[in-house]
Design a binder for this molecule. Structure first.
Ligand SMILES: [Zn+2]
Length: 112
């Protein structure tokens, strides 16, 4: 990514072949939302719930689109049961074009 301190520092590199540290990057995004530097636009589940859902193995991909309020671009944060996490900038139109799939009932995967 490029030229935006807020976006560039959100992705925390993973260990070995993992491009991003899932927990630390999710946490970094949450901190930016909490501090008003980013805002969640649309998602399968809120950032706070992504890892619990991932660990349940109930949904193959879990996606969140987050807007950076510093540079105005949209970040795509995507987790996948059997693939690498993806963090990248996305075109806004991708949000509506995406085939959103159903999220399993919260009681089946939520931690609390
Ligand atoms: Zn940015």
């Amino acid at each position: 990514m490029d030229d935006c301190e807020t976006c560039d520092s959100a992705g925390v590199p993973g260990i070995g072949t993992l491009p991003w540290d899932i927990g630390a990057t999710t946490e970094a995004l949450i901190r930016r939302v909490d501090s008003g530097r980013m805002r969640e636009l649309r998602h399968d589940v809120p950032l706070e719930d992504m890892i619990a859902l991932l660990e349940s193995d109930l949904k193959y991909t879990i996606v969140s689109f987050v807007e950076c309020l510093d540079c105005g671009r949209v970040l795509f944060w995507g987790l996948c049961i059997r693939g690498n996490p993806i963090l990248r900038h996305a075109d806004r139109t991708e949000i509506d074009r995406r085939r959103w799939s159903e999220v399993p009932p919260r009681r089946r995967w939520a931690r609390s």
